[in-house]
Design a protein around this ligand. Sequence first.
Ligand code: ZN
Length: 270
Amino acid sequence: MAHLFQVGAGSGGMTVLDIVCRDPRITHVTLIEPDIYKPHNVIRHQFPPAAVDRYKVDLAAACLLERRPELHIDTLRCSLMDAAMTERIDTAVKTCDIAICAADNEPAKFHFDMLMRRHKKPWTLGEVLAGGIGGLVHWFQHGNGPCYGCVASHLRRAIDTDQGRPPDYAAPGGIAPETTIPASRASIEVIASLHAQITLQLLTHGSTYAPGFTSLLFTLEAVPGIFEEAFRTYRFRIARSPDCLICRPDESPIDLDRAVDEALARLNQP
Ligand SMILES: [Zn+2]
């Protein structure tokens, strides 16, 4: 019996959700997604073309219930940062056993991290690189390891230093001209499957989970100046940054909103 809390039912998020919910241990799902299914989503999404104009969160629930009629599903048609929904979201996080972040923007990822830290919940995050040239999966354990801010700034520095020009791993249409095309359904599915696998392992092993990395990068295409080869894994063991204001260990009261704003500002620096 496990309660899954997930944000995002886009093309990647829905694929992760579908795979993870085939595990009989998942009995309760809380899903947050504000968007309506649009015609341009169809090419990369598993929902059918006839579902256009309906809420993604409703389509996701129907899809899960078809396979698992006994699943208890709570759907929230709102943004994770919707101030009017704070209490409801907080209650759901409090009772979850595992969480999946499939949000498509940086502020939501930082907010997700903050929620998970507050309630000490394990969670995972998957990111398909712009152009579908590869992807990243991160896992987080409360009180053990870095926060999302530590991970994002570390990867940015690491890739900056080694490659000269970083792939924009968070935002589509990033820096390298090779990466301005949208990711394909194939690349989304590969990274979503890795994300689901790591999520289920984290659910199984809990606080003893130790795959040897905190972030896994898997390349899908060779791109000059970015990835030498396709189908290579890079395992990053990212430590908590000692000067990180978000996850510093002494837990002394700090202004978390301000710390998150500062972390976002640092990430956005050229
Ligand atoms: Zn941190």
